[in-house]
Design a protein around this ligand. Structure first.
Ligand code: ADP
Length: 277
């Protein structure tokens, strides 16, 4: 009898000890995560300041080079050649700084998501207009790419949204479609009402994503190893879809992907329609 009681007591102590250990491990994980966030946030803020100043100097230099090019006929052949080389180098530097800025911004965004400090400014948003604005902007759509758009002509689809953030999601879907599909293949964009929600989708004819990866691609830093970048010099960190999902969910919307390997991919999101009162 006594041995049974002792065994029970030991068993209880072992369980208590294991629970305490699990709690300590969980706290340590949370602490490490929060330190990591803090580090990423500080590092990206600190990196942004010199990057902005480098960008400013590049623009200034570009303007100087342009004005000296205007009077180029007076320069010797060597000087003209030197100026042309300087302009080309500056342009390449500008592109690299752009890539770096994009990376730093993505890191900053994830640290905001983790710290729950992504502030949204809700306004009335006309999705028809917003989509047209994105598609017409040559910064978001290459001139070589065919974009087929299906947007209701006679009906405005209105939601309450942080316009900049929703634009960011559309641009990200579009830039992925461009990045991962051959340039001669069209990208299709759809906007429609579905019940009480607005539905936006971007479809490409790229390699498609295997079904077992559909869940993973929304995770932070996840990239599908077998999928190649076809049209972009941008380095992907596997953050864009994670940021997009967070933005849409903070608008009480949903995101999703439909894809069959070899037959392209459709990324979509929905947002609640603005209810007329
Ligand atoms: P990344 O910056 O790496 O593109 P994302 O979070 O946007 O990060 O995407 C995560 C991964 O999902 C990508 O690395 C790629 O493997 C896959 N992916 C995203 N969009 C597409 C697409 N349109 N077609 C095929 N694969 C895609």
């Amino acid at each position: 009898m006594i041995t049974k009681i002792i065994a029970l007591l030991i068993g209880r102590e072992v369980i208590k000890y294991k629970r305490a250990q699990a709690r300590t491990r969980k706290l340590a994980r949370q602490e490490a995560q929060s330190r990591m966030n803090e580090f990423v946030s500080i590092a990206s803020h600190e990196l942004k300041t010199p990057l902005t100043s480098i960008k400013g100097n590049i623009q200034l230099m570009g303007r100087r080079l342009k004005s000296s090019a205007d009077g180029e006929k007076n320069h010797s052949v060597e000087t003209q050649q030197l100026l042309a080389e300087a302009r080309e180098l500056l342009e390449r530097t500008d592109q690299q700084v752009g890539r770096l800025t994009h990376l730093v911004n993505s890191l900053l965004e994830t640290s905001r998501i983790n710290a729950n400090t992504m502030d949204l400014l809700f306004e009335v948003c006309d999705l028809n207009g917003l989509l047209h604005e994105v598609i017409k902007d040559p910064r978001h759509v290459s001139a070589k790419r065919t974009i087929q758009v299906t947007i209701p002509e006679d009906k405005s689809i209105i939601v309450m949204a942080d316009i900049g953030r929703i634009k960011q999601v559309i641009i990200h879907y579009l830039s992925n479609a461009h990045k991962y599909s051959a340039i001669e293949c069209p990208i299709r964009i759809h906007l429609r009402e579905e019940g009480s929600t607005a539905y936006v989708s971007v479809s490409d004819e790229g390699p498609g994503i295997p079904a077992n990866e559909h869940k993973n691609i929304w995770e932070r830093f996840y990239r599908v190893p077998s999928i190649e970048v076809l049209n972009s010099s941008e380095v992907g960190l596997g953050l864009g879809l994670h940021i997009s999902r967070t933005i849409v969910e903070q608008h009480h919307g949903r995101v999703g992907v439909q894809s069959i390997p070899g037959r392209g991919t459709t990324f979509w999101f929905t947002l609640p329609l603005l209810q007329e009162k």
